[in-house]
Design a binder for this molecule. Structure first.
Ligand SMILES: Nc1nc2c(ncn2[C@@H]2O[C@H](COP(=O)(O)OP(=O)(O)OP(=O)(O)O)[C@@H](O)[C@H]2O)c(=O)[nH]1
Length: 283
């Protein structure tokens, strides 16, 4: 990935929030700028707090930003050079999905999946399906829209790992047929001492999903995150019938960003300057 220059981090006072916030520009291309009929649409899915946003920010800016406002599901559009071809990459961040642990007597909410019907009928606000997965309507729409899927769990959170299988089943209910490129990411690999999910469990699960497993750390390592998104983009282009099948050299390079839309940034990222930093400067 090549970013022209290093996006300047800007510190701005928040409107309505408290204190200063560090904003990292994520340059955007308005969708109409997208390269016609060469668009790769990716959605990043997973339980709460696994690092979905951090992975996207690391991929797009090469930086790790520790804290964000609650994930509301932003869409990022970038032009990228993929194996020598220019494509428009759209990455949809999503709010967390929750695995409801249904009471043993099978009580709890009716098991139904509000999946977009071919007729486009309105779906219920949320959907609970047989595995007790709780998805907001916007997540179902993102699943419906996307060509490729990044399923994320944290290696430090067994529950987030257990969410992956029902989440994949849910994706399959929305896309019952065809090849849906999927990668499984075990994030926070820098927290080895807090590991709850062995790497081979991730490998095994990825194999059952028909995808590839990547262990990554949005905090520590840009290359690993880049390789993750590169692999999925190549799989999506192959699945969409682009290229002639074999993996070509060239990799993935982000095009020169336009000037960031700071108003847009205000809506996307905020990082409360950590009290540690303040107290250390106060010493
Ligand atoms: N140590 C470590 N912490 C990480 C890593 N990635 C994310 N985090 C932290 O995990 C927390 C959640 O990161 P987010 O990117 O907001 O996770 P999310 O999945 O978008 O969270 P939701 O808003 O709950 O959906 C933040 O405090 C991050 O700083 C990582 O690779 N290593």
């Amino acid at each position: 990935m090549r970013l022209s220059g290093d996006p300047a981090a800007a510190t701005m006072s928040s409107s309505g929030g408290s204190g200063n916030f560090l904003l990292v520009p994520i340059p955007e291309y308005p969708p109409l700028d997208c390269v016609p009929n060469k668009t790769v649409k990716i959605v990043v899915l997973g339980a709460s707090n696994v690092g979905k946003t951090a992975l996207i920010v690391r991929f797009l800016t090469k930086r790790f930003i520790g804290d964000y406002e609650a994930n509301t599901g932003a869409l990022y559009s970038r032009k990228v050079a993929l194996d020598g071809e220019e494509v428009s990459l759209q990455i949809q961040d999503t709010p967390c999905v929750a695995l409801q642990v249904n009471p043993p007597d099978g009580g709890g909410r009716p098991a139904h999946a509000s999946i977009p019907e071919a007729s486009g009928s309105v779906m219920s606000r949320t959907s609970d399906d047989a595995e007790g997965l709780h998805c907001q309507e916007q997540i179902n729409r993102s699943i419906y829209w996307a060509d490729g899927y990044v399923l994320v769990y944290s290696i430090t959170d067994l529950h987030s790992y257990r969410t992956i299988q029902p989440l994949y089943q849910h994706v399959r209910r929305i896309h019952p047929s065809g090849n849906i490129p999927v990668i499984l990411v075990g994030n926070k690999s820098d927290l080895l001492r807090a590991r709850q999910v062995p790497a081979d469990e991730g490998e095994t699960l990825a194999a059952t999903l028909g995808g590839v497993y990547f262990e990554a750390s949005a905090r520590e390592n840009h290359e690993g995150v880049h390789a993750t998104f590169l692999h999925l983009c190549q799989e999506v282009v192959r699945a969409l019938g682009g290229g002639n099948g074999e993996k070509r050299r060239g990799g993935l390079h982000l095009a020169r960003p336009k000037s960031p839309n700071m108003q847009e940034l205000k809506r996307r990222f905020r990082q409360v300057l950590s009290s540690k930093v303040k107290s250390s400067t106060a010493l």
